[in-house]
Design a protein around this ligand. Structure first.
Ligand SMILES: *[C@@H]1O[C@H](CO)[C@@H](O)[C@H](O)[C@H]1NC(C)=O
Ligand SMILES: *[C@@H]1O[C@H](CO)[C@@H](O)[C@H](O)[C@H]1NC(C)=O
Ligand SMILES: *[C@@H]1O[C@H](CO)[C@@H](O)[C@H](O)[C@H]1NC(C)=O
Length: 180
């Protein structure tokens, strides 16, 4: 377990160095939200809005129907598009209740969470007893985070997330974006 974690951290640091030269721009392509258990949670909304070419954002709201939620995990995997989407570098599962108690416990999760924390109300530990909201996360803020701090190779990507409560996968969230 520890060994796996260490490997991930080393890979993360290596990647950071290897590809830190290219500067690219994030273009949001699409988002998809799917509830796998409508008695547990539903999406009030989930959309990508294009105001104009340069100003796009996405928002979503998850209604939690079995409150309070005291056990939650998030599995996130990054895919790169080649011939279809192939797993790329990261696939991590984070115990959300533990992570939000101590964000330093998981530097990789912390890195990804930092990208959207200013736009969400996820920022506390369990129990969750309210709707979960992500409000107007812009390409620009993702740009700042992912290309100035950690540039990836130019390509199309997808982040696939499973939202797991009490060890059952309740919802799937996918965000598609390109680095150009
Ligand atoms: C795009 O929309 C934003 C927000 O309304 C505005 O501030 C910006 O000037 C627009 N950009 C272009 C190129 O029209
Ligand atoms: C990521 O890991 C989870 C749990 O170990 C596994 O079920 C899933 O298939 C993996 N996804 C990818 C893209 O490798
Ligand atoms: C969570 O975010 C809200 C809104 O940005 C803020 O008011 C609150 O203090 C934050 N809570 C924690 C524990 O950081």
């Amino acid at each position: 377990m520890m060994c796996q974690k260490l490997k991930l951290v080393i890979r993360f640091l290596l990647t950071m160095h290897l590809i830190s030269e290219s500067i690219s721009l994030v273009e949001l392509k699409n988002i998809k939200c799917e509830s796998l258990d409508e008695e547990f949670s539903t999406f009030d909304y989930c959309y990508l809005k294009s105001v104009n070419r340069s100003y796009k954002y996405f928002s979503l709201r998850v209604k939690l129907l079995k409150l309070p939620v005291t056990n939650a995990k998030v599995n996130g995997a990054l895919y790169q598009r080649l011939n279809g989407y192939k797993p790329f570098l990261y696939n991590i599962t984070v115990d959300a209740c533990k992570f939000f108690k101590n964000q330093k416990s998981n530097p990789i999760a912390s890195y990804f969470y930092d990208a959207f924390k200013g736009y969400s109300n996820l920022n506390h530990s369990c129990p969750y007893n309210h709707d979960l909201v992500l409000d107007k996360l812009t390409a620009e803020s993702l740009n700042h985070h992912f290309t100035k701090i950690l540039p990836f190779p130019q390509a199309e990507y997808m982040v696939h997330m499973n939202w797991i409560a009490y060890n059952i996968n309740r919802a799937v969230f996918k965000i598609y974006f390109a680095l150009t």
